[in-house]
Every structure is written in structure tokens, then in C-alpha cells.
Design a protein around this ligand. Structure first.
Ligand code: NAD
Length: 452
């Protein structure tokens, strides 16, 4: 581990990673390595999470091709030195901004989109001109193993390396000094990462989780809301950081919305426990945690599970205790608590129990409601009249705020995250004496005229 970090530091100091051409070549290479390994990646994702080829491809491969293409297209423009204005007090000077890579970066990723969430930050690291060490999750065993062998085969470890392991290995890594840490994972581990990074004053991005609400108002298109909530909740069997965690629905449309939700669950995932296209829960530990949330409770719908295949049927829960684990912990599985509200202020109050969600989804046609929700609730990002898809565009920076994280990535935001902005003032030899001591009264009078 130490040797790899050392090698990366030397390689970075050789300046080889910095030229625009090198960065573009490496992004092109990364894309062709992914293309070459597509079938193996989809197989590993199927083994780890039971993802169908379709789901695996769009959420973990296709989205990366888009990101790489976007990066290659705009990198020449973003990498240019940018001239900015210079105030008159700096008479006959020029000012410019230039971006430089941080150096040796550490990318720590979770198990739910194990390929995507390791490679997407890597695209930013490469685009910025850094070296990278990726520490994927110990739970997504097959994808992690593949990621390691793929990278080893195609990239030198002094440039990109994958180090595997769990808590212990991650902590060993964190004891070392990095130039940037990009972490995706849970809130408690995010706090550990930040604490460790603080020892070396290493800047961090924290992409965390939390409870993301879906709010459906009285005027919503009920059928479309139901369809898109079911899509967002059951994608990867609910194991998505931005999945609608719980549903707040206006009392007047509650029954109709639930009826439609059930209709779409059955349309999308017929016989879920034996359906090969319905994903499984990552591990026994995560499966048991989810079962404990519904055990001894009567679901409105669903509630079945099969421990042997680690599958839990889509489950709807009503009569939810706002102080119980269903409404205080991130669910991260196919269980949807449903709570009704009469006035929007009640919905806002419920959201405030778990402040600063990573995502928020609002279903309404009323622009005033849209404005009120967006202004009154602090959250990372979201959709109006849809779920999940705000993260599938390189034009919308993605990330959380407060409890749900800090920093942004995707597209230009990734490039900016993985580079430091240097501000340069370029002076001519022309010199004005006014700035130099002795600071006489006469000079004081003159300088006061400049700053009004
Ligand atoms: P996790 O925090 O348990 O693990 C993430 C990474 O941290 C793994 O690589 C793991 O090995 C490492 N790790 C775990 N415990 C550690 C410790 N004590 N010290 C140091 N490192 C440790 O998260 P997870 O269970 O893999 O993923 C699920 C969580 O990630 C959910 O909360 C979800 O919302 C969040 N998530 C967020 C995003 C996002 O983009 N914001 C995306 C996916 C998942």
C-alpha cells in the first residue's frame, strides 16, 4: 500500500499526467477498457446484486460512456487558462485563473453501484491530471475483484491502482497523506473519513446518503407519479442513494396513488422473489437489517421475502411511526413508508425530521408549490415530476448538502472537484511608489481617494 502511494507520488511529480493530450488519451483508453470488459462487468454485477443486463448497463456502464464523451469534448475548453478582469488599482496588470491537479487522489466507493461509483470519480481524477487509488467495497466481491484485475491489466499502478479490503485497509490508507479524498458511502463512515482527512488537511468530497422524500401533491398526474416512484424505488431493489426513501402524499389522492403504485409494482416486477430481473439484496447483514424494519408489522402490500436468494418483495407500509427506524434510518431497500398530509407545511415539517436530504422529488403542476418546496427545504438536488434522473446528466452537478454530503461532481463539476484553481496576477515592471513605506499623511490622503 505504502509502496503504491510512493510510486504514485513520484509519477505525479514527473508531470506526465498533466498534459491535455495525456488526459484525453487516458480517458479514451478507459472507455475502451470498459467496452472490452462489458460482458464481464455485467456478469459481476449480476453475481453481486442480481442486476439484469439492462439495469447493469444503463446505470453502471452507459452513464460512464456519456460522462467520458462529455469530458473529452469539453476538456480542451475547460483546461484553458481563463483571463479575468483586473481592478484599476493594479494598473497595467493582467489576471488569470488556471487549474492544476491535486496530485495523488484516493477514491473510496460503496457496493450499490460498485462499478459506476468507482469509475465516475476516476473520470474526474484523470481529467484533472491526477493519479488515483481506488478502494472499492468489500461487499460487492465480484465487481471489486474484476475492477482490480481490469485496472492492473491496463494501467500502471503508479498511475491508477485498486486496493481492496474493508474497514481496516481503508483506515490504513487514510493514515497516509493524500492530496484529495473522494468518498461515496454512508453518513457515519463519511464522518470518519473527514476526521482522518483533517489530520493531513486533505480536501474531501463526501457523497453520502440519507432519507430522500417523494412528495405528491393534490394536483399531480397520479398515474405518472406512481409509475416514476415505483421506477425510482425499485431500481436496484431500492439500494440507491437517491431512491425515494419514503412517500408523502396529499390525503385527497392517497388511495388512488396507492392503487396505481401497486398496479405498477405488479407490471414491472411480476413474482419478484423468483423474478430473475428483480435485483437481490447485497448481503445477509443488509437483508436482515431490512427484514427487521418490517418484522412484526402488517404491511399494506407485499412483505414477502426469501432469505436463500436474498430477495425482498416490494413492500408498502402505512401507519408509520415518525420516530421509529422506518422513518429515522435510511431504508436502502424495497420498502416504502407512506404518510399522508393535508397541508404542505405538514409535509415540510416531516422532511425536517431528517434534514438536508440528498434528493427530493416533488410531483405537482403548481409552480408556486414548486417554488415553495425548493426555497423552504434544503436538499442536494432532485426532480420535479420524476425520480432519480437528475443524476443522469453531465450538466447537473450532483451531490449533497450538510448531512447528505459536500462537494459536487459529474461533467464540469468533476473536473473542478479534482483540480485546484490557481489565481495569478501578472504585473509589469511599471511601478507606483504609493504602496511603499514610509506611509506619510500625504500618501494616506492619496490612497483614500482610490478606495471610496
Ligand atoms: P459504507 O459507508 O459502509 O462504505 C463505503 C466505503 O467505506 C466502503 O469502501 C467501505 O469499505 C468503507 N468503510 C466502511 N466502514 C468504514 C470505516 N469504519 N472506516 C473506513 N472505511 C470504511 O457505505 P455502503 O454500505 O457501501 O453504501 C451505502 C451508503 O452509501 C448509503 O448510505 C448510500 O446512501 C450511500 N451512497 C451515496 C451515494 C452518493 O452518490 N451520494 C451513492 C451510493 C451510495
Amino acid at each position: 500500500m505504502l509502496e503504491v502511494i510512493q510510486k504514485q507520488r513520484q509519477y505525479f511529480q514527473s508531470n506526465k499526467t498533466k498534459s491535455l493530450q495525456f488526459r484525453i488519451n487516458q480517458l479514451q483508453k478507459l472507455k475502451s477498457v470498459i467496452k472490452l470488459n462489458e460482458a464481464l462487468i455485467l456478469e459481476a454485477l449480476h453475481q453481486d446484486l442480481g442486476k439484469s443486463k439492462y439495469e447493469g448497463f444503463i446505470s453502471e456502464i452507459g452513464i460512464l460512456y456519456d460522462e467520458i464523451n462529455h469530458m473529452i469534448k469539453y476538456l480542451p475548453k475547460w483546461s484553458k487558462v481563463k483571463k479575468v478582469k483586473t481592478p484599476i488599482v493594479h494598473f497595467r496588470s493582467r489576471s488569470y485563473l488556471m487549474r492544476e491537479p491535486y496530485g495523488v487522489t484516493l477514491i473510496i466507493s460503496p457496493w450499490n453501484y460498485p462499478f459506476h461509483l468507482s469509475i465516475n470519480p476516476l473520470i474526474g481524477a484523470i481529467a484533472g491530471g491526477n493519479t488515483a487509488i481506488i478502494k472499492p467495497s468489500e461487499y460487492s466481491i465480484n465487481t471489486t475483484k474484476l475492477l482490480q484485475s481490469m485496472m492492473k491489466e491496463h494501467f500502471k499502478e503508479e498511475y491508477i491502482a485498486v486496493i481492496t479490503g474493508g474497514k481496516e485497509e481503508t483506515n490504513q490508507l487514510l493514515n497516509e497523506s493524500f492530496d484529495y479524498i473522494f468518498f461515496t458511502g454512508s453518513v457515519p463512515v463519511g464522518k470518519i473519513i473527514m476526521e482522518k482527512a483533517a489530520k493531513h488537511l486533505t480536501p474531501v468530497t463526501l457523497e453520502l446518503g440519507g432519507k430522500s422524500p417523494s412528495i405528491v401533491c393534490y394536483d399531480a398526474n397520479i398515474e405518472l407519479a406512481a409509475k416514476r416512484i415505483v421506477f425510482g424505488k425499485l431500481f436496484n431493489a431500492g439500494q440507491t442513494c437517491v431512491a425515494p426513501d419514503y412517500l408523502l402524499v396529499h390525503r385527497s389522492i392517497k388511495d388512488e396513488l396507492i392503487e396505481k403504485i401497486i398496479y405498477f409494482i405488479e407490471q414491472f416486477y411480476n413474482e419478484p422473489l423468483t423474478n430473475p430481473l428483480y435485483p437481490k439484496i447485497i448481503s445477509n447483514r443488509h437483508f436482515n437489517r431490512l427484514i427487521s424494519l418490517i418484522k412484526n408489522k402488517i404491511p399494506l402490500y407485499g412483505g414477502a421475502y426469501n432469505e436463500e436468494v436474498l430477495k425482498i418483495a416490494p413492500t408498502l407500509m402505512t401507519n408509520v411511526d415518525l420516530d421509529g427506524p422506518l422513518m429515522t434510518d435510511e431504508i436502502f431497500g424495497p420498502i416504502l413508508p407512506i404518510i399522508e398530509f393535508q397541508h404542505l407545511s405538514e409535509a415540510i415539517k416531516i422532511v425536517s425530521h431528517n434534514p438536508n436530504p440528498l434528493a427530493l422529488y416533488l410531483f405537482t403542476q403548481d409552480k408556486q408549490i414548486e417554488k415553495d418546496i425548493c426555497q423552504q427545504i434544503k436538499f442536494g438536488g432532485g426532480c420535479i415530476n420524476d425520480t432519480l434522473l437528475h443524476l443522469a446528466t453531465p450538466y447537473l452537478p450532483f451531490g449533497g448538502v450538510g448531512n447528505s454530503g459536500m462537494g459536487r461532481y459529474h461533467g464540469k463539476a468533476s473536473y473542478e472537484t479534482f483540480t485546484n484553481q490557481k489565481s495569478i496576477l501578472k504585473k509589469k515592471y511599471f511601478d507606483i511608489n504609493l504602496r511603499y513605506p514610509p506611509y506619510t499623511d500625504n500618501k494616506f490622503k492619496k490612497i483614500k481617494k482610490l478606495f471610496k
